[in-house]
Design a protein around this ligand. Sequence first.
Ligand code: ADP
Length: 333
Amino acid sequence: GMAMEGVIGCGSIVLLYSAVTWLIEALARIAEIVTDLRNNNEHLLRYFQYMDLPQSTLNGREEEKQPREDGKEKPWDGQREHGINACLRMEDVSFRYPESDDFALKNVTLNINAGEKIAIVGENGSGKTTLIKLLCRLYEPQAGRILLEGRDIRSCPYEEYIEHISTVFQDFSLFAFSIAENVAGTQDYDEQKVWAALEKAGMKERVERYKRGIRQPLFHDFDSEGTNLSGGEGQKLAIARAAYKDAEIMILDEPTAALDPYAEYEIYENFGKLAEGRTVLFVSHRLSSCRMCDRIVVLDRGEVVQCGTYEELMAEESGKYRELWDAQAQYYV
Ligand code: ADP
């Protein structure tokens, strides 16, 4: 009406109209955000509750675990120095997954001497990964126990225990940071150690070819000069990451299964350097790569059926290792 009478101009009307529309839109948006916040709170709460779970509750066991009192066992004293070879012992270990009827591991007894390189082989489903999971304390065995340097690993706080172990799995992740940060896993790193780790993983020469060396960023997310790595190169970085961590036990769970034979060969070329001064457990799908290990453990349906050097196992004509070997040889003639 006022516009009609010429009290306010057309421009003001348009301005006013759009301001009101904006205001309404903004209010609706605020209401939306508030609802989102409330909804997400529910999820966040669950996330925080999950993160707050004590470690052993994850395994369905009570929090505190005391070593068995058989008189002989030393308590965990946390005094061990890093970088020193460690011996591992599995005593009559049996394990069944919570939702499963069959035992994935049955009465496994295994002595791994300090500094020894052990290969673990067996058909799919024979229990190799389960054994590794128990050593990493992702699960606890229902029977038997695992000892590190003569101490029940359950008596060691989880965070402290896991410091003694470095692992390389097939499903590693790399991040859009520099190579050095990917190797060290932190923003602060020791340059010399990063190079040493890259060398052990057979990745040093490749990285030297980058203008920015270990500062070369990965991927293009944050940096247009970022680089993409091949599967083999990525796996080598994952190995370098494990090498960077000064853990006395190194576990490699089929780290090269996804690689072509040449990339695999390159990685194993450096196995000696990588494994030096460490106790190594190496789950392998390719039997020929077990030769570089001191001893081979053969699993079959959750049980250790053979254990010995490559020569010893090959000499057992009717043994499981020969059976696996012959089966695999067909593919590699
Ligand atoms: P491998 O690594 O030698 O292929 P696994 O350790 O993965 O063997 O499996 C051993 C046995 O445990 C198999 O029978 C497998 O089906 C079973 N298994 C593995 N993971 C689980 C799981 N999360 N839940 C139930 N059973 C499982």
